[in-house]
Write a protein that binds this ligand. Structure first.
Ligand code: ADP
Length: 456
């Protein structure tokens, strides 16, 4: 029970706030659990004497900065330090003093390039108005009786403004994606960090262009991960499905594709997610009739354009049939990194089930852990199907009995009989490709997964 013990430590600290040994314990516990709130409370109790040496102070500052607790960063960091300048920049921006904020941000990054934050930089540059800012400015404009208040900068058009004011889809982060720790780690290392700190990568002469292609059985979280990646980068998310692009008129599909890339560039930072990449970038034998060679080459040209200059835009793709994606798409600078998104393991299934069961009328004894054990091979989408089938039973019961009868474990057990896992079929097909067409080891992760699950 890590939370309780941290709470206990804080209670003890409240009783003797200037006990250095206790202070050290508390700080270490807060850092180990990355709990910025608890650290804040401890600082309120003991002041900055709480932080023993410089190492501890730096670690505390990193945690506070990450959690955007800028007020406390200012308490802890020396006034001219990079961290303090950075925090002041963020606070000033929130107050609307963008010019001053920009200057401080630049000084901060000059002192410590690791503080670079591309999404903050573009807010400071004024290219992007964040949802929060746009809504606030809009509300202020209305309060001032000035409905004409311009939200737009020179490079924002009316459509953008309309979109800015539309309630954004709730932002999700990696904590909303169950399991998949390996994949999250890879995404963080390979694209989120380079995305947020481009200059640091330049200094180390580390190339960071190119997109990531996620593949795996359907319904296992590729789209969810892409959305969460955008959330982690605090970037806009564009979810492009093939139907958005394909058009029966000649040349129209190419034009739409170009417009999508242009919009993303204009509204950076952005994550553009192409679902069903194989439908645009498929090998000829797999491609749909509507896809033309011209569209494929347009897509490749756009991707190459990004390899040269991808400032603030990340490209992610997903496919259930990676073996149908043309190898031209995997060249450097295009989708040069390919990640396997496996079916959820037991812990991930449990997390997904807990999300699905949240806010439903549940009887005592509904046990997500038990269900997770019984659903080996189920994808996230299969689990959703399972819960919905159970819910249908509960609704029927309720109608029969004339009063609400909550979802029970029995409903869910009955639903288990009516649903099935869909990942096995995919894994069987994938196994054949992995065994017989594993050029360059591209399906090694699939083979590894099959081996671990005794199906290799
Ligand atoms: P894919 O893009 O791989 O076909 P999605 O990301 O659209 O699959 O997943 C379908 C649904 O299944 C999601 O909307 C979500 O409800 C659920 N789901 C799948 N994987 C996870 C996961 N790892 N954590 C939480 N929910 C998940």
């Amino acid at each position: 029970m890590p939370d309780t013990s941290l709470d206990d430590l804080l209670t003890a600290l409240a009783a003797s706030p200037s006990n250095p040994a206790l202070g050290m314990l508390v700080v270490n516990a807060c850092l180990a659990e990355a709990d910025a709130d608890a650290l804040g409370r401890a600082l309120d109790l003991s002041g900055i004497a709480l932080l023993g040496d410089a190492t501890q102070r730096d670690a505390a500052l990193r945690l506070l900065l990450e959690h955007r607790d800028d007020e406390r960063v200012l308490q802890v960091a020396p006034p001219d330090s990079a961290a303090a300048l950075f925090a002041r920049a963020r606070l000033l921006l929130a107050e609307g003093d963008r010019d001053e904020a920009r200057g401080l941000y630049q000084q901060a990054v000059a002192l410590n390039p690791a503080l670079e934050d591309a999404s903050l930089a573009s807010e400071l540059a004024g290219k992007v108005i964040s949802f929060a800012n746009a809504r606030r400015q809009h509300a202020e404009g209305l309060r001032a009786g000035n409905a004409q208040t311009s939200l737009a900068n020179d490079d924002t058009d009316a459509d953008d403004v309309a979109r800015l004011l539309r309630a954004p889809e709730p932002r999700i982060g990696f904590e909303d994606v169950g399991g998949l720790d390996q994949v999250k780690h890879q995404i963080r290392r390979r694209i989120i960090t380079p995305f947020l700190k481009p200059s640091l990568f330049e200094r180390f002469k580390r190339r960071s262009g190119g997109g990531i292609l996620l593949y795996g059985p359907p319904g296992c979280g590729k789209t969810l991960l892409a959305r969460a990646t955008a959330g982690e980068c605090r970037a806009r998310f564009y979810n492009v499905t093939i139907t958005d692009v394909l058009d029966m008129y000649i040349g129209e599909s190419e034009r739409k594709l170009h417009a999508i890339f242009e919009t993303a560039r204009r509204t950076a930072p952005a994550v553009v997610f192409f679902d069903e990449v194989e439908a645009i970038g498929g090998k000829r034998q797999f491609s749909r009739e509507a896809t033309s060679a011209k569209l494929v080459s347009q897509f490749l040209t756009e991707l190459d354009g990004f390899a040269q200059n991808n400032h603030g835009v990340l490209i992610l793709g997903a496919t259930n049939v990676p073996w149908a994606v043309d190898a031209a798409f995997r060249r450097p600078g295009r989708f040069d990194r390919v990640l396997f998104v496996p079916p959820p393991d037991e812990a991930a299934r449990r997390a997904i089930l807990e999300l699905l069961l949240r806010d439903r009328p549940l009887a005592d004894g509904v046990d997500a852990g038990e269900l997770a054990r019984l659903t080996s091979g189920y994808s996230g989408a299969d689990l959703r199907n399972l819960v919905e089938t159970g819910i249908d039973e509960a609704i029927e019961d309720s109608i029969e009995r004339g009063r609400e009868s909550p979802l029970t474990m029995n409903h869910l057990r009955a639903a288990l009989k009516d649903t099935r896992s869909t990942t096995l079929e995919w894994l069987t097909t994938a196994r054949n490709h992995a065994r017989y067409a594993n050029q360059g080891g591209q399906y090694d992760e699939v083979l590894e997964f099959l081996k671990q699950h005794g199906a290799g």
